[in-house]
Design a protein around this ligand. Structure first.
Ligand SMILES: [Zn+2]
Length: 67
């Protein structure tokens, strides 16, 4: 029973939700609404052996100028 992670990519929200799913396939297919802004969240992880992703590792645009 994989623990699936969903991230909200809405600017200023970036909520992270973890859900236990019966299978990784169901976790990837699930459409989770962000509890904060109501937008659909992206499935970031479906319970593989990889470590849990953090928001700072996700595809979030960097804040401020990048040198
Ligand atoms: Zn959100």
């Amino acid at each position: 029973m994989p623990l699936c992670v969903y991230l909200c990519y809405t600017a200023g929200c970036q909520q992270k939700v973890e859900r236990w799913m019966p299978t990784a396939e169901e976790g990837a297919a699930a459409r989770i609404e962000c509890p904060r802004c109501g937008e659909p969240m992206q499935c970031a992880w479906t319970g593989s052996q990889a470590p849990t992703p953090n928001l700072k590792d996700a595809k979030v645009p960097p804040v401020g100028p990048v040198r």
